[in-house]
Design a protein around this ligand. Structure first.
Ligand code: PCA
Length: 321
């Protein structure tokens, strides 16, 4: 088949577009998510810049592989590229989890400084797995969704609490709540069936999952700014012609900048949508904030206890800046 295509290419004088390669790209979040939209645009830009030599087909919402498998299938080469929530790799090394620690970096400015410190370490760790990061984009700061107002940490006690990673499980447990792992696309169903009754996530995911259907209050505790990351299988990447590799790296740099901007715009826009739909937006009380900060301090001391030297170096360089 390859011979036939080559012959046809030569005969017709077509460009390399006739040799187009298609990459399947699994992602965990739905089409309405700004991360997915940013990635779709990245794919379009790669196709345009390479004259169609590389087409990336985005399979959103965990439709091709479940979230928990995406890193492994990119690593094994089953697919050449994928997206996942960076701190889900915390069991490999604590370095992956620092952006999901409460109150370490709570603004975009600090999140960007934290990423500056984290990126070289994460890049080296991923390289050991044959993976190469292309770009990483944060979610808006994470807030609290509940039925009724939460005045103190004690009000969270006993609630079935939706979690998306190990840090959030630990957070819920320290608050006396009962963590239940639920992927973002399954949030409405998990609330509707009573599997969970409270959660911490961004206004993006809150609004995209129509949180007003199942909770009354949103408290912007803005406790951490976690990131998604897009990685490629390094061997698959190196097999591409140099100009295609360059086009991917260029589009990735553009996508990273665009993604951070999109994220910042979402934080207010999606909070406004929740308010428009009747949710009550309450600033956290001083007592709630103090209680959550105690939980954060406990979590960070646990994180440090499990941290490799490389992981610790992230915190040292971030805090020293
Ligand atoms: N949304 C994703 C991850 C963090 C966020 O804001 C989720 O809730 O699963």
């Amino acid at each position: 088949m390859k011979h036939v295509i080559l012959a046809a290419t030569v005969a017709s004088g077509l460009s390399t577009a006739a040799l187009a390669e298609t990459w399947d790209m699994p992602t965990p979040y739905g089409d309405a998510t700004f991360h997915t939209q940013n990635i779709t645009q990245f794919a379009e830009e790669v196709a345009a810049a390479t004259d169609g030599a590389l087409e990336i087909t985005v399979h959103s919402g965990g439709s091709l592989f479940p979230h928990g498998e995406i890193r492994n299938v990119v690593r094994s080469g089953q697919v050449p590229i994928g997206e996942f929530f960076l701190s889900r790799l915390v069991n490999d090394d604590a370095a992956f989890g620092i952006d999901s620690q409460p109150f370490v970096a709570t603004s975009y400015e600090d999140a960007a400084r934290l990423w500056d410190a984290q990126k070289p370490v994460v890049t080296a760790l991923l390289a050991e797995q044959g993976l190469m990061p292309l770009f990483s984009v944060p979610w808006p700061a994470q807030g609290l969704y509940t039925n009724g107002e939460i005045a103190t940490v004690a009000d969270l006690s006993g609630l079935r609490f939706r979690a998306y990673n190990a840090a959030l499980e630990e957070f819920a447990a320290l608050a006396g709540a009962a963590p239940v792992q639920v992927e973002a696309p399954d949030i409405p169903q998990a609330f509707a069936t009573g599997q969970v009754e409270a959660m911490v996530t961004s206004p993006s995911t809150g609004a995209n999952s129509t949180a007003w259907d199942f909770v009354t209050h949103y408290t912007p505790i803005n406790a951490w700014v976690p990131k998604n990351i897009v990685v490629v299988n390094e061997r698959a990447f190196r097999r591409l012609p140099d100009d295609v590799q360059a086009a991917i790296l260029d589009a990735a740099a553009v996508a990273e900048t665009r993604g951070w901007d999109l994220s910042a715009a979402e934080a207010d826009a999606k909070t406004a949508i929740m308010a428009e739909n009747g949710m009550i937006i309450v600033e956290p009380s001083a007592e709630l904030t103090a209680g959550l900060q105690d939980i954060g301090a406990q979590m960070l001391s646990n994180w440090k206890a499990s941290a490799s030297d490389a992981a610790m170096s992230i915190l040292t360089s971030y805090q020293g800046q």
